[in-house]
Design a protein around this ligand. Structure first.
Ligand SMILES: O=C(O)CCC(=O)C(=O)O
Length: 274
């Protein structure tokens, strides 16, 4: 790891102080709409399996999503925070169908990830409108400065988090801000910012594609997982590389992802009750 981390250097003030940046346009609204239609089609075609397909490491099996995590409009902004050598550690959808009771409890991302150091940034890309009505993400500005806080696991079915994990301490919701995004916009958030989201009360699906970026010097504690080099050079070799899928759900890509997800699950779910 470099002696002086570049985190927050260029975007400076805003990201360092608040722990997030939003909104940032990364593609025209029509392009996002086109992608959203494809995603809705996958949900419709694959029924109960769709959530798994579009969840952890969806970019391993869908070429459009592989290309999206490499999109220079996203990576340029991430580079301002992480520096020139960047990996995508994971990517997947947090989708909420219209009038759906699913939600995300108040939490910090780093809690079970086993990544060190905590120089990790999430790009949350909206393919459909993400508003208070559709259950947009809410963050508590500046909360990342508190460091890692305690969490408890609830395993509530409607909670989109793997363990239904929730912060032990109460969150003053008056302090939270809504990250309102139009299709084709993204927000960036720090791995320790306190955030969550409520139900989708709108008539449209809320599709958020969530991409986790790390600098190449980051390490996975507890095992060796996969990561895709999206910019620069990897001089550390802490992760196994990810090939671009040849077609949607190509058998080679499916096998690669199944293995990658099994290894990651064993690390991230260690000690979980289910
Ligand atoms: O999409 C959401 O509502 C929450 C996403 C989230 O928790 C995350 O990106 O870490």
């Amino acid at each position: 790891m470099p002696e002086t981390t570049t985190v927050g250097a260029a975007v400076g003030g805003a990201y360092q102080a608040q722990g997030y940046l939003s909104p940032i346009r990364i593609m025209p609204e029509a392009e996002a709409g086109h992608l959203a239609e494809k995603i809705t089609e996958i949900y419709n075609d694959h029924g109960t399996e769709a959530k798994g397909l579009l969840g952890s490491n969806a970019h391993h099996i869908f070429p459009d999503l592989f290309d999206l995590v490499c999109n220079p409009a996203i990576v340029d902004r991430v580079e301002e925070v992480l520096g020139p050598d960047i990996l995508c550690w994971s990517a997947g959808f947090f989708s909420k169908p219209p009038h759906d009771p699913s939600f995300v409890s108040w939490h910090q991302d780093l809690t079970y990830w086993g990544l060190e150091p905590a120089d990790i940034i999430t790009a949350w890309v909206a393919l459909t409108p993400s508003t208070p009505e559709s259950g947009c993400m809410r963050v508590v500005p500046g909360s990342h400065h508190q460091g890692q806080l305690g969490h408890g696991d609830t395993y509530v079915a409607e909670n989109l988090l793997s363990r239904g994990q929730v912060l032990d301490v109460a969150v003053d919701e008056d302090e939270a801000v809504d990250l309102v995004l139009q299709p084709g916009e993204m927000s960036l958030h720090h791995v320790l910012i306190v955030h969550g989201s409520e139900f989708n009360r709108s008539d449209l699906p809320r599709h958020g594609f969530v991409i986790r970026y790390i600098p190449t010097y980051c390490k996975q504690i507890g095992g060796r997982t996969t990561s895709l080099l999206v910019r620069g050079e990897d001089r550390y070799d802490h992760f196994d590389p990810v090939p671009r899928p040849r077609a949607n759900m190509h058998p080679d890509a499916m096998a690669f992802r199944d293995k990658a997800n099994a290894v990651k699950k064993a690390i991230l779910m260690k000690g979980a009750a289910i």
